[in-house]
Write a protein that binds this ligand. Sequence first.
Ligand code: KIV
Length: 262
Amino acid sequence: MNKQTITSIQKAKGIKKLSMITAYDTLFAKLFDGEVDLILVGDSLNMSFAGCNDTLSATMDQMIYHTKAVCNGAKNTFIICDMPFGTYTNKKMALKNSVKVYQQTAADAVKIEGGEEKAHIIKYLTSNSIAVVGHIGLMPQNFRSEGGYKIKGKDNNNISKLILDAKAVEKAGAFLLVIEGVKSEAAQAVTNAVNIPVIGIGAGVDTDGQVLVWSDMLGFFEDFKPKFVREYLNGASLVKNSVRQYVKDIEDKTFPSNTEIY
Ligand code: KIV
């Protein structure tokens, strides 16, 4: 697969479904490179990689560290760096931190959570040569302020609000939009309302593409399994069984064998 560009991503709408996966390190980024359209260095790494309860304590330094690692592994894939909570609360701060991402990593774009209320920030970033991906619907960075992860788009008022959010983000210059945790009819209405591609996660079948967290879809994250995740591999049991076998081989003195020594 050739590396996507902002133009090819935008042209895909209505023609080809876009695939996105998260990655946090060079090893997995290399495996995903050239296989998917887009890689997101999501602040979800704060949970699945760093073991925290939510994404809120992820820092700019942490995101830059992991984005650098992913960029080192995936040279042929369009890479998006998630801006962590509290790093884009005003436009000057958002630009300063996004410039850091561009200067210190090879990421192609940044992603920020928020609809109408963040449009002025997206506009400021895009007018200063930062490519921005929006993120609406269930926004994990609102976990504490909303008292949990709340599915959106459950009634007509909320669907109208999501459409206003999507249009505001598009008008502000975002070239791509992630919509998370919404009823499928809401995601469909949002997808039809904007000209930029909409990538869904827990948002049904009608979006322009899908994103999953790598450790969920490959079965490495066992703490909880969201309903929308399809597990393509049982990574955790493969790893555990292999480690158990390794320990057994050491104890049985069958590892190393004569062919595994100098
Ligand atoms: O942080 C993340 O991995 C994300 C995806 C769930 C879209 O934002």
